[in-house]
Design a protein around this ligand. Sequence first.
Ligand SMILES: C[S@@+](CC[C@H](N)C(=O)[O-])C[C@H]1O[C@@H](n2cnc3c(N)ncnc32)[C@H](O)[C@@H]1O
Length: 215
Amino acid sequence: MGCGAGADTIPLQSLVGPFGRVVGVDYDRAMLSRARVGADVADGGEHLLHVCSEAMNLPLESDMFDSCRSERLFQHLTHPELVIGEMLRVTKPGGHVVVLDTDHGTWSVDTPYKDIERRITRFKAEHFGNNGYAGRQLYRLFRQTGLKDLSCEIVSGYFTDYELARFMFRLAWSVRKNLLCGATVWRLPRAEIIFFVRKVWSWWWERNRKQRQIC
Ligand SMILES: C[S@@+](CC[C@H](N)C(=O)[O-])C[C@H]1O[C@@H](n2cnc3c(N)ncnc32)[C@H](O)[C@@H]1O
């Protein structure tokens, strides 16, 4: 579910064996066409299909799959309970449903500016997709379905490279938006201020350069 460009579905094909079938679902046609190209390259044939659909309303029969999974889908959902309902519907009784998702409210940065770091984290969680707090809600949502055999695993990751963290968490974007919203005004980390000023300067320089060329 929410298979995107096939990062999940194509490797799964090797797990289901020659008589198994993998069906990826996504509502983004551009993503699906990339997934289909990947499936062709992997020689998936009719064992590896990609279907265009809204996750809340699958055009698939009930009890069709041995297992169903999603990764980083729930952070985009406004009605996760409906999607869980669909996942349970299409999975056979006794099958497995696996959901992996992010919780943007839990990321942290080792910085002396703890107050700013907490505010940026909160801002990011509240402005990411439709639900930046998806991860922490999964256990409750699954419990509410009445399912009994549930397990929950928390996995953390860490970055030691500032530039990589900036890219992955769109840190400069968060700081700029924070500034605009007035959430963070004083005592920004110096590196972020320098980065921001440089960006504005290069944008202004580039804009003037283009105008000079047009003249
Ligand atoms: C962050 S991507 C993850 C893709 C893939 N699971 C992966 O791990 O590489 C989230 C995907 O979910 C899809 N998606 C989001 N909301 C959806 C919905 N309501 N119905 C179907 N697909 C949805 C998006 O189009 C996107 O391809």
